[in-house]
Design a protein around this ligand. Structure first.
Ligand code: HEM
Length: 414
């Protein structure tokens, strides 16, 4: 059979050209793979969910009660054999994909892997992260319980606050003022079709660029085989390692998902006129936190009568500044030669300290999402956020210099 196919498709040449490629080995490279496994798991469990989910807010009678069809169909999914487990695996995998993509970004950041020649893959990666969060957010609204309807309503408010195009954006993403009859079908098509397609295309580009440019090498490769590519062949070693990691991933995610069933919609019930106290999922809580502490009367007037209100500034402008710094990074931190080895965080104190300042910002703005529960005022929170960024930068920067000394200037691969 193999010979028959080889004669027609020249499989041997393909094997030699691609499957023998040396793959650098380092534990931190597995984080990107975990994001990939989470995506595959999401697609497979998502197919099961679509077979039983009804994307509609029409009312259906269940046990004498009028319930939105989307909500009722999720109750039905939960009642199927392993239905609640698979829905929980889907939900947990979404969280794991976002977390793994972010940790992967941190790895690229502190090892300098965004530099020449990998700038394009850094941009593709940033897009991947935004699209991953977008896909997770659209999935959140679908069960149409009191929790998800409120959280999606916050998203609709944010889309509507964009100057000039807010109303149009609300129409495109939410099918009109949320929740209308069109909202769930619209968000559904984004969640199960358009966003996954975009993710697949971006992932394919990401992988092709990575193979073409060759992966950065861990620092040990320079000592063991200087100037040469060190790694294991894609087939069979790397494939075996990845398969084992995928199986481990499945074992862990099924264990977590079975132990903690995600988003139990019967606890929240169908949407009601009174809004329950809802916070977005953890990866969006930092934006929610900023919205809680930004002065509500903040307004910037724009030409043609448009206004940038506090909602837009808190949810788009401030995160947009973080995104802009990320986009500009490969141009601000350049190097003269192509990068082959991962850079050591201790040899780049300013970049490492900046990474810690970013983490301090994300942690403290996330904490602001619990402003009421913590009983801390908005003003105090701003002091905590800015203060923790400055302190963590200075502590990490001078800590590195104190322990490892000032970095030498003459080693481009340090
Ligand atoms: C959202 C899902 C993502 C997936 C599934 C993914 C997957 C991967 C994988 C499997 C690798 C090779 C192994 C490794 O270096 O970890 C890789 C490399 C890379 N990724 Fe991602 N990635 C994602 C997001 C991102 C993000 C958010 C960034 C940065 C903004 C990024 C930038 C890069 C770069 C620059 C490389 C080359 C690294 C090197 O040569 O050292 N990726 N990605």
């Amino acid at each position: 059979m193999y010979r028959w196919l080889d004669e027609r498709l020249d499989l041997e040449r393909f094997k030699e050209k691609y499957l023998t490629k040396a793959f650098a080995v380092h534990h931190s490279y597995f984080i990107g793979e975990i994001a990939l496994f989470a995506f595959v798991t999401l697609v497979i469990t998502g197919i099961f969910l679509t077979l039983n989910f009804e994307p509609s807010t029409r009312l259906v009678k269940v046990a004498g009660k009028d319930l939105p069809a989307a909500y009722a169909s999720v109750l039905y999914i939960d009642s199927l054999p392993f239905g609640a487990l698979l829905r929980s695996v889907h939900h947990w995998s979404a969280s794991i994909m976002v977390a793994a993509a972010f940790l992967h970004l941190l790895r690229i950041l502190i090892s300098g892997a965004y530099k020449r020649p990998r700038e394009i893959n850094w941009f593709v990666g940033l897009l991947l992260l935004v699209m991953t969060v977008g896909t997770a957010f659209t999935g959140y609204s679908l069960p149409f319980d009191a929790f998800s309807a409120t959280a999606t309503g916050i998203g609709y408010g944010i889309a509507g606050s964009v100057p000039y195009i807010g109303e149009w954006l609300g129409q495109v993403v939410f099918g009109g003022e949320f929740p209308t009859y069109h909202s769930i079908p619209r968000v559904y098509s984004l969640h199960v079709l358009w966003l996954p397609l975009i993710l697949m295309a971006l992932l394919a580009v990401h992988m092709v660029i990575m193979v073409k440019q060759k992966h950065t090498q861990p620092a040990y490769a320079k000592k063991v085989a200087p100037g040469r590519i060190l790694g294991v062949p894609l087939m069979p070693q790397q494939t075996y390692m990845s398969t084992i990691l995928f199986l481990l991933y499945l074992a862990v995610v099924f264990f977590i998902a079975g132990s903690y069933i995600a988003h139990p919609i019967e606890v929240f019930g169908p949407p009601t006129a009174t809004t329950p106290p809802v916070k977005p999922d953890w990866y969006l809580t930092w934006i929610y936190g900023i919205l809680l502490i930004i002065p509500g009367d903040l307004k910037i007037h724009l030409p043609f009568g448009a206004v940038m209100n506090s909602e837009f500034i808190g949810s788009m402008v401030i995160p947009g500044i973080v995104g802009l710094v990320a986009i500009l990074l490969p141009f601000l931190d350049t190097r003269a030669t192509k990068m082959r080895y991962m850079e050591l965080p201790t040899r780049h104190p300013a970049r490492t300290a900046g990474t810690f300042a970013l983490l301090a910002f994300l942690i403290t703005t996330t904490m602001a999402g619990w402003k009421q529960e913590l009983g801390i005022s908005a003003g105090t929170f701003w002091v905590i956020i800015i203060g923790s960024m400055i302190v963590s930068y200075l502590v990490v920067y001078y800590g590195i210099i104190l322990i490892w000394g000032r970095p030498p200037k003459d080693d481009p691969d340090a």
